[in-house]
Design a protein around this ligand. Structure first.
Ligand SMILES: Nc1ncnc2c1ncn2[C@@H]1O[C@H](COP(=O)(O)OP(=O)(O)OP(=O)(O)O)[C@@H](O)[C@H]1O
Ligand SMILES: [Mg+2]
Length: 324
């Protein structure tokens, strides 16, 4: 099944693009979303990378953490997750849970401090997970951050699940100690109940998303790489993590393949280097559909350029490797 066929698969709801920095994740995520939208699927493309470039790719401002229609394209919407905004939305909840000493003992304090490492991702991802549950789009395409960041992100549902689970336990454990409760939550009874309900709702959302993200009928993670040694080794790490977190993956895009220009010795030398890695990629990942994308003469920016890229996504697996 080529990537374009995958995009047409009716059951597919979540398509994630990931890989090393600068390999073309955003461009390919944007092009795929564009293709799906132009083939009748109501599509949202969402960036979870704190250093957003989805807006640049579409040549349109998508900042602000809101869903924004992509200009001139029917059925297509973009969104750059704003961790600060997600934080505002959850601050109320986390402020009520000034878990203090008790929270420290339970490992909660990292989430109540916006500056703590990982908390921006955690909050941004809570937002993403909420979207997964609530969204009415036929397809949601994720443009993720470079590998290291994305690996942490993929581990977050478990972490958040246990975090909210701990909060709920904490809340229940102290619900009878009303003085202590006030110190913990600073709220009246009905507000406390509401806060508990919110936490439970969030926990359910996260668990449900976790199930959906590991269902191969609903979800697929596309690995983008360039044919060079470092990208290949990083792909191994990414695949290992996808396997651990049970995120289905069956497609690889090898991007920025050098053109064959016979009178350019520099190009010939790069091409030969890339061919070596291309062969390895096909050998090692022979159970994946591999799409090869050439290096364009210009950067890929704006809808017409993305459209040109999208048509190449249909040139799926090598015929001798069979398809998956
Ligand atoms: N096949 C290609 N040919 C030419 N330029 C490309 C190609 N693919 C991507 N680019 C350009 O390379 C740059 C990086 O691409 P892109 O932003 O898609 O990568 P990324 O993996 O999302 O990067 P980051 O890790 O920074 O998010 C962009 O300027 C893009 O236009
Ligand atoms: Mg990017």
């Amino acid at each position: 099944m080529t990537l374009l066929e995958l995009l047409e698969k009716e059951s597919l709801r979540f398509l994630l693009f990931g890989g090393k920095g600068g390999v073309g994740k955003t461009s390919n995520a944007a092009a795929s979303a564009l293709w799906a939208a132009e083939h009748g699927r109501e599509t949202l493309v969402i960036s979870t990378d704190p250093a957003h470039s989805l807006g640049d790719s579409f040549d349109q401002n998508l900042s602000g953490g809101e869903v924004i229609p992509i200009k001139g394209v029917k059925n297509l919407f973009g969104m750059e997750i704003d961790p600060r905004k997600a934080f505002e939305q959850y601050r109320d909840m986390t402020q009520q849970v000034d878990a203090g000493e008790m929270g420290g003992m339970m490992g909660l304090e990292e989430f109540t401090d916006m500056n703590a490492p990982g908390s921006d991702e955690a909050l941004a991802f809570s937002k993403v997970l909420e979207f997964i549950q609530e969204c009415k789009y036929d397809l949601v395409v994720f443009d993720t951050a470079p590998t290291g960041h994305t690996l942490r992100l993929l581990g977050l549902p478990e972490m958040l699940d246990s975090f909210f689970g701990k909060l709920i336990k904490l809340r229940l454990r102290f619900s009878n100690l009303f003085g202590r409760m006030k110190a913990l939550f600073g709220r009246g009874d009905s507000e406390q109940d509401q806060s508990l309900q919110e936490l439970e709702r969030l926990k359910e959302t996260i668990s449900a998303s976790r199930v959906e993200l590991s269902d191969p009928n609903l979800t697929s993670f596309v690995i983008v790489l360039i044919p060079e040694a470092m990208a290949v080794s990083e792909t191994e790490r990414l695949l290992q993590a996808l396997y651990e977190f049970e995120i289905p993956s069956s497609h690889i895009i090898v991007n920025m393949i050098f053109p064959d220009i016979s009178d350019c010795s520099f190009c010939q030398s790069r091409k030969a280097m890339q061919l070596k890695y291309l062969t390895t990629i096909h050998d090692v990942y022979d159970d994946f559909t591999i799409t090869e994308i050439p290096l364009f003469a210009q950067e890929i920016q704006g809808v017409p350029a993305l459209r040109r890229l999208s048509t190449l996504l249909g040139t799926g697996a090598l015929p001798d490797k069979g398809e998956k």
